[in-house]
Design a protein around this ligand. Structure first.
Ligand code: PLP
Length: 408
């Protein structure tokens, strides 16, 4: 390992969970696309908030509440910087990617779409970027169309005029596939969308944790991502939206915080982003997400990406040499996710077998059943990596798969 500058053993020490043993072996955690682990600085930040600053935000006139508000709003500024938007009002704290996409589906989709309009998504989407649009299509009469998949795990963009038409009002696309790892050419897709006047929502659940996503350069209208896939807590994520769009949108949920005035007859709305943060927000989680972003920034996004690419290249080569193992997808531009099938071994049996060696790996449809349908399988096995994984763990994974093959 030479083309990265990270001290991985030191980084691993920040993740106490990695010291645990399962089946007499140290935990080999390879399910990072589902959720990552949290480093000490994130855990400490959350505990410190509860120890020293816990109060509700935006409402107390006392010092403790002001401190809580300040920490919460600082997290919003960190999130804005992380994705390169100059305007923190464009950052809405949500529960996660799913919640962020549903917010757009309800607060934009239901008000701006109707019969004759089209929502364009892809066959590569996670269910959270399919089902909300199926519901919107059902409720508004708009049509839902799909950019097709190709055998190499990339999108078929050979005939854009077929999919991007004057009817297309919204394009929702996964930035990096959680099954194939494919990084989609979102610049090109955004460009096609612009040519027909459509808005673009990017599902950044698998990209924001791994690469520098710059919403200004991309010029996307919405970006959704989750804290727990990038070293942060569960229960928090972000919806980025262009301020002018957010301002023009109706609220998603009603309640405290999101209002300006309430009478018994009607209400008026707070300014953005608060208009979309009804009720007591996930204060500690948002602050923890800010700490996770600090941690990633300290590693350096370039270093992180370079190291993960080293792991990916190693994994593709090693796994590719395992007899009877087929890797799904071969996109040239991909993130640290490898889905595969092993001859005569069901993914669930394989995952159970590997678990006995302390290897945590995902088996299933990965919330992407249209992809499984395309591949004509019910499930695959998936290894996904983050900064604390090592080539030794990949070696161990391959040895364990070989053992499983012999056993079955
Ligand atoms: C590409 C993609 N989109 C959306 C989601 C949903 O994220 P969450 O469950 O955090 O809302 C996931 C989670 O696996 C994902 O991988």
């Amino acid at each position: 390992m030479s083309n990265h500058t990270l001290d991985i053993p030191r980084i691993r020490k920040d993740f106490p969970i990695l010291e645990q043993e399962f089946g007499g072996n140290p935990l080999v955690y390879l399910d990072n696309a589902a959720t990552t682990q949290r480093p000490e600085p994130v855990l400490e930040t959350i505990i410190d908030f509860y120890h020293t600053a816990n109060a509700n935000v935006h409402r107390g006139i006392y010092a403790l509440s002001e401190e809580a508000t300040q920490r919460y709003e600082t997290a919003r500024h960190k999130a804005a910087e992380f994705i390169h938007t100059p305007d923190p009002r464009s950052i809405i704290f949500t529960k996660g990617t799913t919640d962020s996409i549903n917010l757009v589906a309800y607060a934009w989709g239901r008000y701006h779409l109707g019969p004759g309009d089209e929502i364009l998504i892809t066959e590569m989407e996670h269910h959270s970027n399919i089902v909300p649009w199926q519901l919107v299509a059902r409720d508004t009469g708009a049509a839902l169309r799909y950019i097709p998949l190709k055998d190499d795990g990339t999108l078929d963009l050979s005939d854009p005029g077929r999919y991007f038409t004057p009817k297309t009002k919204l394009v929702c696309v996964i930035h990096q596939s959680n099954v194939f790892g494919t990084v989609n050419p979102v610049e090109t897709i955004i460009n096609y969308a612009r040519q027909v006047g459509a808005l673009v929502l990017l599902d950044g659940a698998q990209s924001v944790p791994h690469v520098d996503v710059n919403v200004q350069k991309l010029d996307c209208d919405f970006l959704a991502f989750s804290g727990h896939k990038m070293l942060g807590p569960t229960g928090v994520g972000v919806l980025y939206g262009k301020p002018e769009l957010l301002e023009a949108m109706e609220p998603y949920q009603g309640g405290g915080e999101m209002i300006s005035t309430v009478t018994m007859k009607s209400s008026t709305w707070n300014t953005i982003p608060y208009k979309f943060e009804a009720g007591t927000p996930n204060i500690a989680q948002a602050i923890g997400l800010g700490a996770a972003m600090d941690y990633i920034n300290a590693i350096g996004k370039d270093n992180l990406h370079r190291y993960e690419q080293t792991l990916l290249t190693y994994a593709l080569e090693k796994l590719g040499n395992v007899d009877g193992l087929v890797i799904h997808g071969s996109a040239p531009d991909r993130g640290p996710v490898v889905s595969f099938s092993v001859d005569r071994v069901h993914p669930h049996d394989l995952a159970q077998f590997l678990d006995q060696d302390g290897i945590a790996i995902r088996a299933g449809h990965h919330c992407a059943q249209p992809i499984m349908h395309y591949l004509k399988v019910s499930a695959t096995t998936r290894a996904s990596f983050y900064v604390y994984n090592t080539t030794e763990e990949i070696d161990f994974l391959c040895e364990s798969i070989e053992k499983a093959r012999k056993f079955f």
